[in-house]
Design a protein around this ligand. Structure first.
Ligand SMILES: Nc1ncnc2c1ncn2[C@@H]1O[C@H](COP(=O)(O)OP(=O)(O)OP(=O)(O)O)[C@@H](O)[C@H]1O
Length: 255
């Protein structure tokens, strides 16, 4: 399958690089400094969770890194491409090719079936209808919802909608998937199923994931946890270190 990538090829390869990124919002009277100098490197196959209190700049960072929004100053490179050097059209095509997006509210079109929702980005990208159907069905199979392909979102549970949203994000065989509160609208069991699905896709397809989440139990399952405050990165902890901190604390607590 074309989604498959060799893990050896990509080890230690930087896929997302932010250098001294600032983002200011001008709201007329005041300027909100949402990002105040973020520098960050994310390697291929990492699963990075971005945490922090409401308003600290998590979504702004995700939007700036993914090119959904423009930075005020600083550099963002994706796959070594400085995205500020791309025209709007080039950036749209680049995003469509390299990135998938998953949102808390699924963002599926209600008038389309699950299958049609997954096909849509492929058809927009110029893929033939026969090929789009083949690829969409393969993606839907991968998220375990073959029997639901002809249903509309209103007939599905939240977890099923999010699975279709993930299949849609995968349809264009991206290398990076951005997920903004992907489990925010789901109960804890369904949330865990969605997290397990993304972790499987990370392992099997070598996809890089960036999750924005409020939930510590979700963030702990990433391979790296970044905590933001006031538009800056305050902590950046790989899972192994996190685990040893937990173990240390647990041992300390037992003494
Ligand atoms: N379009 C906008 N116009 C003006 N200010 C904005 C805009 N988007 C975000 N902000 C402000 O930028 C700051 C960071 O917002 P952001 O949404 O990135 O935070 P967040 O950490 O994702 O918050 P939450 O966890 O509540 O979603 C906040 O002060 C917010 O009010």
């Amino acid at each position: 399958m074309e989604l498959e990538r060799s893990s050896e090829t990509y080890q230690e390869e930087i896929v997302i690089e932010a250098l001294d990124v600032h983002k200011h919002y001008d709201t007329g009277k005041v300027t909100v400094k949402a990002l105040q100098g973020v520098t960050l490197r994310i390697h291929r196959k990492e699963v990075v969770a971005i945490m922090g209190p409401s308003g600290c700049g998590k979504t702004t960072l995700l939007n700036c890194l993914s090119g959904l929004d423009q930075v005020t100053s600083g550099t963002v490179k994706i796959e070594n491409q400085d995205i500020r050097r791309l025209s709007d059209r080039q950036l749209t095509l680049f995003r469509a090719r390299e990135m998938g997006f998953v949102f808390q509210t699924y963002n599926l079109l209600p008038v389309l079936t699950g299958l049609e929702n997954v096909e849509l980005p492929l058809l927009v990208g110029g893929v033939s209808s026969r090929e789009a159907r083949r690829r969409a069905l393969a993606g839907i199979e991968r998220v375990g919802l073959r029997d639901w392909a002809s249903h509309r979102p209103a007939e599905m549970s939240g977890g099923q909608r999010q699975r279709f949203a993930i299949a849609r994000a995968l349809a264009t065989t991206p290398s990076i998937v951005w997920a903004d509160e992907p489990t925010g609208a789901l109960d804890s069991t369904t949330s865990q199923e969605i997290i397990d699905l993304m972790l499987t896709l990370n392992r099997e397809l070598g996809l890089t994931f960036v999750w924005v989440t409020h939930a510590l139990d979700i963030a702990r399952q990433a391979s790296r946890m970044i905590t933001m405050a006031d538009g800056l990165i305050k902590e950046d902890v790989p899972l192994e270190v996190q685990t040893s901190i937990d173990t240390f604390e647990e041992k300390g607590a037992q003494r």
